[in-house]
Design a protein around this ligand. Structure first.
Ligand code: URP
Ligand code: ZN
Ligand code: ZN
Ligand code: ZN
Length: 476
């Protein structure tokens, strides 16, 4: 037959357009977009449904060692299973360089963990924790050329933070090689200062996590990261922006000509610092960095989503378990906020939250939803146009959404390895019912029909050096 699969009668959306069409798929690729296609081994009827590029979640933590010997709750099997049920076809987890070790050693280890385990496609970012001369001089340029062109640097966390000199040198390698640098912006020295004060005052409950990482800590570091990028003259990605003041720094840098991509996450639209209070340290489950802020900050983040200040909407999925009878949470985590692992799960709920509260609620249109959740991730990290769009020649990575589904988020219905959802009880309109990865349905009508190992590793292309970023921004 002409096609392996036809998706019929759906409303298709891309970054640019919304239209009625059938999609013909063969050998894992989209080969035809048109009317009344026929001649397929099988068809999926998408009448009344939206047919969107599969979600790309470019900010996901899986099997990443955390301090104090705490294990992450997802491996590549459970993490990608949860992702595919949430309408994602590609995730981009981090590959952590351990101090004193090479990037290659880290990649070998993470590839071994992912190999044969994945339901979605996967592409890594490198975390540079030890930017030695050998790493920056030889290893990193070779890896960028070999299909590993994105990396993250941290301005916080004792074991990960780089100082300004190290960040400048890393940015300079990125400028020369076309690597894309993501920066976690929080001022570690200011955080240490505030933690000592809070401990002296005996204020050690989970809420103190937010108090010791106030907006000023993020705003200053955001300004500094953007200034360093300006000095080096290289584009930069500011990840997990939690509030309007940091967003304002991004806008100001843009007026100076800095090429900056801004990312925000569901937690900054739905949670506040008050949620870190709670009986019996329940608030520990919502500890993440930067912390959620207040209702005003939520409104500002929505404004950034609506106006284009943010190009990326990612989960920052970073799952831990809190049922300590299973031995996963360091018991110290219940004595002092500073021992609570940072991060919350959310790879399965990212898209439904934005679909419901953004698109269905009328804040953004469908192309903007596609841009924020798929197209711009592919463009930013070198996977476009193979991924991030519905077009002839692209990978057949597609999510079919039913806008009529009304559903309340319950962790019991999710597929990750954590033992709670930060978004428990949120009412959602619209859910992805079928997720197609490389032309094959992995989830169909809400049921797992694919096998682990179907998802493949995808190398990425380096940024074109000295070319203007061509990200799709909102025009309003
Ligand atoms: O609290 C968070 N976000 N944990 C994950 C690690 C990171 O900084 O992204
Ligand atoms: Zn981070
Ligand atoms: Zn993260
Ligand atoms: Zn349990």
């Amino acid at each position: 037959s002409n096609y392996d699969l036809i998706i019929q009668n759906g409303t298709v959306a891309t970054a640019a357009d919304v239209f009625q069409a059938d999609i013909g798929i063969k050998d894992g690729k989209i080969v035809q977009i048109g009317q009344s296609l026929s001649g397929a081994a099988r068809t999926i009827d998408a009448s009344g449904k939206y047919v969107l590029p599969g979600g790309i979640d470019s900010h996901v933590h899986i099997s990443q060692p955390s301090g104090d010997g705490i294990e992450m709750a997802d491996d590549f099997e459970s993490g990608t299973l949860s992702a595919v049920f949430g309408g994602n076809t590609t995730i981009m987890p981090f590959c952590l360089q351990e101090k004193g070790k090479s990037l290659r050693e880290a990649l070998t280890a993470y590839h071994a963990l992912a190999e044969g385990q994945c339901y979605t496609d996967v592409s890594f970012h490198l975390i540079i924790s030890d930017p030695s001369d050998a790493v920056l001089g030889q290893e990193l340029p070779a890896l960028v050329a070999d299909g590993y062109p994105s990396l993250k640097v941290f301005m916080t966390y004792e074991s990960l933070r780089l100082d300004d000199a190290q960040i400048l040198k890393t940015l300079d390698v990125a400028r020369r090689t076309g690597a894309t640098v993501m920066v976690h912006c929080e001022n570690e020295d200011a955080i240490r200062f505030l933690i000592e004060k809070h401990e002296l005052a005996g204020d050690v409950a989970p809420r103190a996590h937010a108090s010791t990482r106030p907006v000023a800590v993020e705003r200053e570091a955001t300004h500094r990261a953007l200034t360093l990028a300006e000095i080096v003259d290289v584009p930069v990605v500011i990840v997990h922006v939690s509030n309007g003041e940091a967003m304002e720094e991004i806008a100001r840098a843009r007026t100076r000509g800095v090429k900056v991509v801004g990312e925000t996450c569901p937690q900054y639209l739905t949670l506040t610092a008050k949620d870190l209070d709670g009986m019996d340290w329940e608030g520990a489950k919502l500890v993440c960095s930067p912390p959620p802020r207040d209702e005003d900050a939520q409104k500002e983040c929505w404004r950034g989503i609506e106006t284009g200040a943010f190009e990326l909407f990612s989960s920052d999925h970073c799952p831990f378990r809190y049922d300590d009878q299973h031995g996963k949470l360091n018991p110290k985590g219940r004595t002092n906020f500073r021992h609570i692992p940072n991060g919350i799960p959310g790879v399965e709920t990212r898209l439904p939250i934005l679909f419901s509260q953004g698109f269905m609620a009328g804040r953004i249109d469908l192309p903007r939803f596609v841009v924020l959740t798929s197209t711009n991730h592919a463009k930013t990290y070198g996977l476009y146009p193979q991924k991030g769009t519905i077009a002839v020649g692209a990978d057949a990575d597609i999510a079919i959404w039913d806008p009529a589904i009304e559903r309340t988020i319950r962790h019991a219905d999710l597929h990750d390895g954590a033992d709670y959802s930060p978004y428990e009880g949120i009412e959602i309109t619209g859910w992805p019912i079928t997720t197609i990865v490389a032309g094959k349905a992995v989830v169909e009508n809400g049921v797992l029909v694919g096998a682990k190992g179907h998802g493949q590793y995808r190398k990425a292309a380096a940024r074109q050096i000295n070319k203007q970023s061509n990200l799709t921004r909102a025009t309003s």
